[in-house]
Design a protein. Structure first.
Length: 79
């Protein structure tokens, strides 16, 4: 299940579909609203730098693909 093999050390590098491997987990559910808010610029506040100016999510293609994959899920579209 996921990357929880019990092996010490960091996870092997390489592609994965979700935050914890190839399965949709609570980690994806918990992180998506925060990344979505930053991606859609709803986090900008008056008098502060725009979040896109200092976070630059567009340079992380894997994060954009992850958000697109999760937002395509019927459950995410319902809210």
């Amino acid at each position: 299940m996921g990357d929880f093999s019990g092996q010490p050390g960091p996870r092997k590098e390489g592609p994965r579909r979700y935050l914890v491997g190839d399965a949709y987990t609570i980690a994806d559910m918990a992180c998506l609203p925060w990344v979505w808010m930053l991606r859609t610029a709803r986090y900008d506040r008056g008098g502060q730098p725009r979040c896109h100016d200092f976070l630059g999510l567009e340079k992380y293609a894997n994060v954009s693909e992850w958000v697109d994959r999760l937002m395509a899920r019927q459950e995410a579209q319902r809210g």
